[in-house]
Structures are given as structure tokens and as C-alpha cells.
Design a protein around this ligand. Structure first.
Ligand code: AMP
Length: 185
């Protein structure tokens, strides 16, 4: 978990390589579908272009399908899911059905000024449709209102690691690995 621009995608890819498990990014799956012009993509685009969350019915079904694939058998990293309370409930149900439990939840933190600076740089480099000023502000608000409060429940379960996402990419990865160690052993 972490607000847009915290470095979730970058760090999830690094952790996936380190632990030999797939990184599953709901945002990436939506973007691939939007690019491919699929029905799912058309639906997701309406919401994601504005910085809104794609409806839970769509997102949850997509995650359920993805977690039914064979490559998750040795574990997986979710990037960008769950993002609201209903998705937390759904993820618990999906994992229950698979007979697995959540080892760790990581929250990557960064302050809003740093996030805005990173996102405006990403807008220049990648030209993502949802990196407009309005969509960025909307996503950061949704994160604060709906996603950040979810970490309290994970902290209560004893699975939460909070990691400072500011600094060199390698340093942040080092912090993540150190924070995950006690939760994964
Ligand atoms: P991201 O790449 O994680 O920033 O996601 C890009 C966009 O995809 C978000 O702004 C949402 O519109 C959509 N999205 C990604 N993950 C979710 C999710 N868990 N629930 C709803 N919408 C999502």
C-alpha cells in the first residue's frame, strides 16, 4: 500500500525478483486492458482517467481470476490492492478460499510535496493519462480517505510494516527487506 508516487510499482517489481514470486499490479492489469481495447479496459478507463477507483465488482473479480492462476502457488505480491474496506473483505475471502494467509502488508510512506514532485516528473516521462493535476489530486484524496485507514486493521493483525519511501531506490528496497524479514520468517 502507499499513495500514488510512493514507489509501489518499482519496489514491488524488485521484491518480486528477490523472492521469486509474481508482482500483481491491479493498475498495470487495467492499463494493459485499456491499451488492448478490451471490454474491461473500456470500463476501467472511464474511472481511472479521472483518478477514481474502478468499481469493486470489476476489480475484485479481476483479482480473484488472477489469483487462480498457477504462478501464484509459491506466493505473490499485490501492488495497489486492496484499496478500500470492501476490497479488504474480498481479499480475505479469496485467500481463505485458496487456503493461504497474508504474511505481510507494507505501507510505503511519503509526504504530499514529494509525491506531487515525483508524479509531475512521471507525467513528463511516461505520459500516463491519469497523471493530470486533477486526477493526481483525486487519487491522493482517495488514498487518504479510503486506503490509508485500512492499515490500522492490518497493524492490529500484526502484519503491517511501514517503510519510508523517500530516498534512493536501493535504500528503500533495503528498508523494505529489513522490515519484511520478521514477518516472513
Ligand atoms: P495505479 O497504477 O495503482 O495507480 O492504478 C491506476 C488506476 O487503476 C487507479 O487510479 C484506479 O482507477 C485503478 N485501480 C488500480 N487498482 C485499483 C483497485 N484496487 N481498486 C479500484 N481501482 C483500482
Amino acid at each position: 500500500m502507499g499513495p500514488q508516487g510512493a514507489g509501489k510499482g518499482t519496489q514491488a517489481a524488485r521484491l518480486a525478483e528477490r523472492y521469486g514470486v509474481p508482482a500483481i499490479s491491479t493498475g498495470d492489469i487495467f492499463r494493459a486492458n485499456i491499451k488492448g481495447g478490451t471490454e474491461l479496459g473500456r470500463l476501467a478507463q472511464e474511472y481511472s482517467a479521472k483518478g477514481d477507483l474502478v468499481p469493486d465488482s470489476v476489480t475484485n473479480a479481476m483479482v480473484r481470476d488472477r489469483l487462480a492462476e498457477a504462478d501464484v502457488a509459491r506466493g505473490f505480491i499485490l501492488d495497489g490492492y486492496p484499496r478500500n474496506a470492501a476490497q479488504v473483505v474480498e481479499l480475505d475471502a479469496i485467500l481463505d478460499g485458496l487456503g493461504v494467509s497474508l504474511d505481510a502488508v507494507v505501507e510505503l510512506t511519503a509526504d504530499r510535496d514529494e509525491l506531487l514532485a515525483r508524479l509531475s516528473k512521471r507525467a513528463e516521462l511516461e505520459g500516463r493519462e491519469d497523471d493530470t493535476a486533477e486526477a493526481i489530486a483525486r487519487r491522493l484524496d482517495i488514498y487518504d480517505e479510503q486506503t490509508a485507514p485500512l492499515t490500522a486493521a492490518y497493524a492490529e493483525r500484526g502484519v503491517l510494516a511501514q517503510v519510508d519511501g523517500i530516498g534512493a531506490i536501493d535504500d528503500v528496497t533495503g528498508r523494505l527487506v529489513a522490515a519484511l524479514e520478521p514477518l516472513l520468517s
